[in-house]
Design a protein around this ligand. Structure first.
Ligand code: GLY
Ligand code: MN
Length: 463
């Protein structure tokens, strides 16, 4: 081989390596993010405690068809591994286990040519080592009763604190259930007492404050969600089915690399807008109806949560507009209350005060108690790996919450009929910063005039 042909050969390898690298997304959470998160958990364990984090279970949909696999979010946060039948063990102090000494050990599913023929590549020990910076990686068959160093353990931190903590997993005959059962019986048969402790507080405080890497992914999820909402605003017309609005929305999610909607897409027109989590999405949208779309994309594990309420024919009626402006004012008041250091309860109080006062002014409600029936849910929840995420009750910088007031007046309510079957919710995703609230879903308009203007624009998808 000449020097020239060798360089060409090496160049060819480099090109094909780069194209393989670019064939799949590369903007996931980094290995060092997961390592930092494990370090933060380990710090909070007791000296002789072990944190045990199981992967999510596979779930049967029907016969031999499963639901798409959804990793357990704590497990994902700590490992970045998106496969079932795995368990992570964390210790504060180094222990020896299967010939290795360390503070973190993971047991993953083994590679299996037959399974990989049907459902794709399994990472196995080598694949996960290349992807993570963990050292003590074993196949799950090695997780046995003799594996856990019970002499060095006096407490087990896990998701469930009750006795028989792992009963939940035992329904299935898989590696996960077997490993969970092993832990259960080790606790039950231990000669010295072993306390069972919940990981909830640890995970709430960690997952509730988002790092820069997480915020990048939530921003991406929110901006993809805005694309979907905006195109539904442009496309909606009387005669369209609720599921067609959903199809336009979800086209944009998938088309922009979102793996899944972050939760079941809610697309309710007319009376269906008064059902808070309406996911049937089967009705024909009629002239004069409002459509409430509560839909958002999940991107690399992180979800947005966005709601827009829009008129089917592109123009709000007077009654719809009156109530819409109240919800918008309530949302603005809630967003203004998203100040670093403030209690999260301030946001609900600010939005609720606007809705209650205005409903009473309009004669729709006689008092706050009656007004509450028209705004029956909380204004905010944390947002992140889960749509209803874990987080602290104080709005610290890095917290992301929704602000989503609503008014829902089902037919038969004790008020003028002109308000019946109007359901309105406006929901945005707010990042708490030292400089004030940042609206991550501001890419989709909220104001009446802006929504009506967008309804006149040309749609992006043609059919
Ligand atoms: N997006 C649904 C909810 O927040 O409950
Ligand atoms: Mn929400």
């Amino acid at each position: 081989m000449t020097f020239k042909s060798t360089s060409l050969f090496l160049f060819g390898i480099l090109v094909s390596f780069c194209s393989i690298a670019q064939d799949y997304p590369t903007d996931y959470l980094s290995a060092s993010f997961h390592a930092d998160r494990r370090a933060a958990v380990k710090k909070q364990l007791s000296d002789k405690g072990v944190g045990i984090f199981f992967a999510g279970q596979t779930r049967q949909r029907s016969n031999d068809t499963d639901f798409p696999y959804a990793q357990n979010k704590n497990f994902y946060y700590l490992t970045g591994l998106d496969e079932p039948n795995a368990v992570l063990l964390l210790f504060k102090q180094p222990v020896s286990l299967l010939g290795k000494t360390g503070t973190e050990f993971i047991f993953v599913q083994n590679r299996d040519p037959f399974k990989e023929l049907w459902t794709g590549k399994i990472l196995g020990v080598d694949g996960f080592r290349a992807k993570s910076n963990m050292e003590n990686i074993f196949i799950n068959e090695e997780f046995k009763a003799s594996t856990l160093p019970m002499a060095s353990i006096d407490s087990v931190f896990s998701l469930f604190r009750t006795e028989g903590i792992f009963n939940k997993y035992k329904a299935k005959e898989d590696a996960l259930s077997r490993m969970a059962g092993t832990v259960d019986s080790l606790i039950a048969t231990s000669k010295k007492p072993v306390a069972t402790r919940s990981t909830l507080n640890i995970m709430r405080n960690l997952r509730g404050i988002k790092t820069a890497e997480e915020i990048t992914l939530i921003k991406k999820a929110a901006s993809i969600s805005a694309l979907g909402h905006n195109d539904v605003m442009r496309s909606i017309k009387p005669g369209m089915k609720e599921f067609q609005a959903q199809a336009i929305m979800e086209y944009h999610f998938k088309n922009n690399g979102s793996e899944f909607p972050g939760y079941g897409s809610i697309n309710g027109s007319a009376e269906n807008a008064c059902v808070l989590h309406y996911v049937t999405n089967l009705k024909t949208i009629k002239n004069g109806d409002l459509l409430l779309s509560d839909c958002a994309a999940e991107y690399h594990g992180y979800t947005a949560d966005v709601t827009r309420t829009i008129p089917a024919n592109g123009k709000f009626t007077e009654a719809q507009k009156t109530l819409y402006e109240i919800v918008l004012a309530a949302q603005d008041a809630g967003i203004a209350a998203c100040q670093a250091g403030a209690p999260m309860a301030n946001v609900d109080a600010a939005s609720r005060a606007v809705v209650y006062a205005e409903l009473i002014k309009l004669g729709i409600a006689k008092n706050n108690m009656e007004a509450r029936t028209y705004f029956p849910h909380g204004t905010s929840h944390h947002l992140g790996l889960d749509v209803h995420d874990l987080g602290p009750s104080t709005l610290l910088p890095g917290v992301v919450i929704t602000v989503e007031p609503g008014i829902y007046i089902p037919a038969g309510s004790k008020c003028d009929k002109k308000w019946w079957n109007i359901g309105i919710r406006i929901e945005d995703d707010i990042l708490i910063t030292e400089k004030g609230p940042e609206n991550l879903s501001a890419g989709s308009p909220r104001k009446v005039a802006d929504i009506e203007k967008m309804a006149k624009q040309k749609r992006v998808i043609q059919n």
